[in-house]
Design a protein around this ligand. Structure first.
Ligand code: SF4
Length: 468
């Protein structure tokens, strides 16, 4: 008999990666319209919790209205003779994997960004209570991580209780992140890899180093080490660094070999500290995106929670679509907020000296890690809402990229013969990519180091094309 025979829907690895569209959802928990939500794992003393106990504070799923979004807090409390606080991040990240095993239940993102949907179909089959979800989690945690001896799970939907616990959750994340700061990539022999997100992005591998936090911001190098040691066959594994091939871009022979193996040859080279050439791949649950703005030769940054449009007129969701899927996209880079605090943050591209715009909320959070001489020269949505106002702001403040504009313009004028210059004047690449796959007539054509020029770009919705 299956260990889930009393659960009204199927549970298994085949449901990982299942997407639930808005039209198919019964309810949404957390997500972009809910401000305060979280998931948190805490290690407790054995006498503080009751094994298998599932607590629900606030309305249960069956009390919710179809089509609505609700706040949610998930607290997973674990006890075990050899468990310690260092494993909280590892336990917490497993919530994502295990919830996605449930048929018709989709869990995205992490920590304070969780976004869950339950499908109408699964609700109709009887999945109408957090008790079922809790029981699945309890059984999976206990069978996959035997180091956990007792596990208690609390689901909180009462907004007042969430409000009370939310700051505590943020504090716990910050304490965890702070512990991992200070160690350098050069000081360790091993990095860690994570393929938990391959269910959504099959060619994605996170390479977690002391100075390059995982894309989701939920697994530090210490968490990676702890996870690989308690569950060596799990999604997190050790990577032997091998030879340092490029200290500036961050290329290691061991990273290249491992990523090639884990992506079945799709990705064979990774440069850890740049968004160009062979950047680290981006899955879908990165906390933020770095996007290149060619007009100013600088980077914009935007996080998942930013509601407006960025300085180039695109919202986070559009930029995330251009970045995600386990690809290496030149100039689009999924990353965590903690990585912005690292000395290696886009180091090969100029780091913070190349960043020109980011939402105020994120600037406040990482302010202490931005070099003092540039912090006031980086615009937020309050300083610049479009490229023209951004240019004016950067010029007025003397941002380091401005010096490059004149340098580049002089170099270009000197290098290009007058007759060519006239033509090229009007041509700016509309797309550049290290690898650009195209499908035509049944063939897959891959352009390497592509730069595409076009006199005109026509963007037409696919449905219009079908009609015509
Ligand atoms: S973003 Fe990276 S580290 Fe985080 S769960 Fe996904 S693969 Fe693992």
């Amino acid at each position: 008999m299956s260990m889930f025979s009393d659960i009204p829907v199927d549970v298994g690895i085949i449901y990982e990666g299942e997407r639930i569209r808005r039209n198919d959802m019964y309810v949404e928990l957390g997500g972009p319209t809910v401000k305060e939500k979280f998931e948190l794992a805490k290690v407790r003393a054995a006498n503080e919790i009751e094994d298998g106990k599932i607590v629900i504070i606030g309305p249960d799923i069956k009390d919710m209205k179809e089509g609505n979004s609700y706040p949610l807090g998930i607290l997973v409390e674990a006890a075990g003779a050899t468990l310690d606080e260092g494993l909280e991040g590892v336990i917490e990240r497993r919530i994502h994997g295990y919830m996605n095993y449930i048929e018709g239940f989709m869990h995205l993102n992490q920590r304070y960004d969780i976004w869950i949907r339950l499908s109408k179909k699964s609700f109709q089959k009887g999945l109408n209570s957090f008790l079922y979800i809790g029981n699945v989690l309890h059984r999976l945690f206990k069978s996959e991580l035997p180091i956990i001896e007792k596990l208690q799970i609390t689901f909180i939907t009462d907004p007042a209780k969430i409000k009370e616990l939310y700051p505590q959750a943020l504090q716990a994340y910050e304490a965890r992140d702070a512990k991992a700061r200070g160690l350098k990539d050069e000081e360790v022999d091993k990095f860690y890899g994570c393929i938990l997100c391959q269910s959504f992005a099959p060619t994605h591998v996170c390479v977690i180093t002391p100075q390059r936090y995982s894309n989701c911001g939920a697994i530090s190098w210490f968490d990676g080490r702890a996870s690989a040691s308690i569950d060596p066959k799990g999604p997190v594994f050790a990577i032997e660094k091998g030879e340092l091939l490029d200290p500036v871009k961050g290329e290691y022979s061991g990273v290249n070999e491992t990523v090639k193996k884990k992506t079945l040859g799709e990705v064979s080279k990774v440069w850890l500290y740049t968004a160009f050439g062979h950047p680290h791949t981006s899955c879908g649950c990165f906390e933020a995106v770095a996007f290149y703005i060619p007009e100013v030769d600088g980077f914009g940054l935007v996080h998942r929670g930013f509601k407006g449009v960025t300085v180039n007129g695109l919202p986070f969701s559009t930029l995330a679509d251009s970045t995600a899927g386990g690809r290496q996209v030149d100039g689009f880079h999924g990353l965590s907020i903690e990585y912005m605090r690292s000395k290696k943050f886009l180091e090969a591209d100029g780091g913070w000296r190349r960043v020109v715009w980011l939402p105020k909320e994120i600037k406040e959070r990482v302010k202490d890690f931005i070099p003092k001489d540039v912090v006031d020269k980086i615009a937020t949505e309050e300083d610049a809402q479009n490229i023209d106002s951004l240019k004016a702001f950067l010029k007025a403040k003397g941002h380091p990229v401005v010096a490059k504009w004149t340098e580049e313009a002089t170099k270009a004028e000197a290098a290009v013969p007058a007759e060519v210059n006239k033509e090229e004047d009007t041509l700016v690449p509309v797309a550049t990519a290290a690898t650009l796959p195209l499908t035509a007539g049944g063939f897959k054509i891959i352009l390497k180091d592509a730069k595409i020029y076009a006199k005109k770009v026509i963007i037409r919705p696919i449905k219009d094309e079908k009609k015509s």
